[in-house]
Design a protein around this ligand. Structure first.
Ligand SMILES: [Zn+2]
Length: 63
């Protein structure tokens, strides 16, 4: 079960993931590419997700 601290970390992570790194356009969480410049956001999403898992103390399984 998630602890209160883990829940807070996830909410804070959602708040910091919100702008295109290429043109600065703000996008909705869940967008897979930028609505303005079309930049593929998947690499950004992967970095964000990996950082979040690390903060939560969940190590990635080796692929
Ligand atoms: Zn963009």
């Amino acid at each position: 079960m998630a602890s209160e601290q883990q829940i807070q970390l996830v909410i804070m992570s959602l708040a910091r993931f919100r702008a295109c790194q290429n043109c600065g356009t703000r996008f909705r969480f869940g967008d897979l590419d930028c609505p303005h410049c079309g930049l593929d956001l998947e690499p950004c999403l992967r970095d964000w997700a990996a950082a979040l898992l690390e903060e939560l103390g969940i190590s990635r399984t080796s692929s």
